[in-house]
Design a protein. Structure first.
Length: 300
């Protein structure tokens, strides 16, 4: 966070949190729950100050004087706000820190600050509790536990409740159809487990459970057999690949041998061609000597 504007917004956020904390304390409510959040925000504010100081040095090195001056102008105010907010958080209040706490950097937040600084004693007794303190509760107080019960076959309501239930049933039928119960396979007309077990005795339910377990065991056995076949197939593929690797190694060795033979034959051909060239020169020399001798004999 190397932007002064972002730090100003963060400072306003911390101010509102501190004002909310003071308001909760004045109402004798549990305000310690916000301490961790405020502490993390202050740490982020401190890291942001260090970041913009580094950014100022970087801009000075790059020759951007306007950017460096902008940060330099904002740094003292931000540092003062950080010091005042830290003092307020640790309980060291003073007129200077109070002034910093109650004045927002963004004018658009003035309404929120006025609401947060309103004394609870000035509020009307009949006025509803503000949304900012609605989630705070007195120390040691316990919230009433809420329980919800679900049933597949609820007892039929009577009176107005019956009429409301009938309207809900009509609406559900319009939305989801007459058979609104969810099924994994809508085309399957078979009954679910609870429907199949409905009306059975304990012995029949036990037998029904055993039958389901037997079916699952059979399916698991079939799955195990399929996995075993796949394992055998993969092993056969591995053996085939090993054989192909061995064949490729043999081919590679044969290619190397034939390449060596071709190299030797090429060298022999070179030697023969060089020898043939030398013999031609010797024959030409002998023929020239014979011609020279004949010319000498004729001219004499």
């Amino acid at each position: 966070m190397s932007n002064p504007n972002q730090l100003y917004l963060l400072a306003d956020h911390i101010k509102l949190s501190l004002l909310e904390r003071q308001r909760a304390q004045s109402l004798n409510l549990d305000a310690d729950t916000k301490d961790g959040h405020i502490s993390r925000s202050l740490d982020q504010f401190r890291d942001g100050l260090a970041a913009i100081q580094k950014e100022k040095k970087r801009l000075e090195e790059d020759g951007d004087e306007d950017g460096a001056l902008t940060i330099e102008d904002a740094l003292p105010g931000l540092q003062k706000q950080y010091d005042d907010l830290t003092a307020q958080f640790h309980g060291f209040s003073s007129p200077s820190t109070e002034s910093t706490l109650t004045h927002p950097n963004d004018p658009a937040l003035s309404t929120d600050f006025e609401h947060a600084t309103t004394s609870p004693t000035n509020a009307s007794p009949s006025a509803p509790q503000s949304a900012s303190t609605s989630n705070l509760r007195p120390k040691g107080a316990r919230t009433a536990s809420k329980t919800v019960r679900f049933t597949d076959n609820p007892t039929g309501p009577t009176g107005a409740a019956a009429a409301a239930a009938g309207a809900d049933a009509d609406l559900e039928a319009q939305l989801f159809g007459s058979n609104s119960r969810y099924r994994d396979n809508p085309d399957d007309a078979g009954m679910g487990y609870r429907d199949s077990a409905d009306g059975m005795t304990n012995t029949q339910i036990h037998a029904y459970h055993q039958e389901i377990l037997d079916q699952q065991d059979a399916q698991l056995d079939a799955l195990g057999a399929s996995i075993a076949r796949q394992r055998e197939l993969s092993m056969q593929i591995g053996d085939e690949l090993d054989e192909h690797v061995a064949m490729l190694d043999d081919v590679d060795g044969a290619v190397d041998r034939h390449q060596g033979r071709l190299d030797r034959a090429r060298r022999q051909v070179g030697r023969i061609s060089r020898a043939a060239g030398e013999s031609k020169q010797m024959i030409a020399i002998i023929i020239l000597i014979i011609v020279l001798v004949l010319l000498i004999a004729v001219l004499k």
